[in-house]
Design a protein around this ligand. Structure first.
Ligand code: FDA
Length: 304
């Protein structure tokens, strides 16, 4: 049953018509638990409140299914506006983005041009930009672009997914260029030909890459709500004398709030991923797919 629901949410998240419909009707079905709002002002207010509780943030302007150059440039403009808003409001947040929203599926050049504009603006503010990792089809091109940009910018990082077989090699290659990485389990539906189908194997690989990147002396964001992974990281850094400045924990907006606050109290840096925008549906579906139990929460909100 859980697998059926997981597949259903993953497919719905990829449906262009469902995404378009959702965009028209605004945040629904309790999506506001996971999405900070539809406007920049709402997202900045959410970040301010997180900052007040000692957490930092990474803001993501949601945008999926970008197929025209015009939409891609609009998306890039929103990233620039988000960086401006962070600077103007003096909140503590960096920026996360998806390169498909910048037109990666239209042309690599278009995407690179926007990435350079965004990274220049971030640099001007002393800020940092994280490239989210999308599905496997975009993995190699995302890493190629990252490597190219990394030669010009030191304020850019990327995400690596523990569920991919290729990840161990990627960690070694990216370690060699001192990459700042966010390590995650992986959120997309992938074929067993490229990704571990068993959760236990994903978890094992996750622990493996956390150790490798930390021991390499590189900045590591452990982005997970999994208590066992978090406890492992805490023990590992203690055992190896790794400073709290070399890593951070990251979690998603609206998930495991108590754990986020607990980690702050213990003295760890906690960054919350704060998505916002009208294009909330695909993101919301991925969150439901990760934890089908969330569907009860959706149903409750539908009948409220
Ligand atoms: P796991 O799925 O094992 O969950 C552990 C526990 O966390 C669950 O038992 C539950 O208590 C809680 N939990 C997890 N997900 C929940 C949810 N949706 N609702 C409620 N509770 C939940 N992926 C990707 O492919 N590319 C990316 O760029 C990113 N970026 C990213 C940034 C940040 C800050 C985070 C935290 C995660 C991502 N991810 C991601 C998503 C990631 O790949 C993964 O799908 C989710 O984090 C869920 O996996 P966990 O590590 O939390 O463990």
């Amino acid at each position: 049953m859980e697998l059926i629901m997981r597949n259903m949410f993953q497919s719905l998240g990829k449906s262009r018509s469902a995404n378009r419909l959702a965009k028209k009707y605004g945040l629904r079905f309790g999506a506001a638990r996971f999405v900070a709002g539809e406007t920049i002002a709402q997202s900045i207010a959410a970040v301010r409140s997180l900052n007040q509780s000692g957490r930092v943030a990474t803001l993501d302007h949601l945008g999926e299914f970008v197929f025209s150059e015009e939409e891609a440039l609009e998306s890039a403009a929103m990233c620039l506006q988000t960086l401006d808003a962070i600077a103007e409001s003096h909140v503590t947040s960096n920026l996360s983005l998806k390169m498909t929203s910048l037109g990666l599926d239209i042309s690599k050049e278009l995407c690179m041009q926007s990435m350079r504009r965004i990274l220049d603006r971030a640099k001007q503010y002393g800020n940092f930009v994280r490239i989210d990792m999308e599905d496997y089809a975009h993995c190699q091109v995302s890493l190629d672009i990252y490597r190219e940009l990394r030669q010009e910018y030191d304020n850019v990082g990327i995400v690596i997914q523990a569920y991919l077989y290729r990840t161990e090699q990627d960690i070694a290659d990216l370690g060699a260029i001192g990459a700042n990485l966010r390590l995650v389990k992986g959120a997309y539906k992938e074929s067993p030909s490229v990704a571990f189908p068993e959760k236990s194997d994903v978890d094992k690989n996750y622990v493996n890459i956390i150790q490798k990147h930390l021991l390499g002396g590189h900045y590591t964001a452990v982005a997970s709500h999994d208590k066992a992974i978090i406890d492992f990281t805490k023990d590992f850094v203690k055992q190896h004398g790794i400073s709290n400045d070399q890593f951070e924990f990251q979690m998603l907006y609206g998930i495991c709030d108590d754990l986020q606050n607990q980690l702050v109290k213990e003295g760890y840096r906690v960054r919350v991923y704060v998505p916002y925008g009208v294009d909330w549906f695909g993101y919301f579906m991925r969150r439901l797919a990760e934890r089908p139990a969330n569907v009860w929460f959706v149903l409750k909100n539908m009948f409220k």
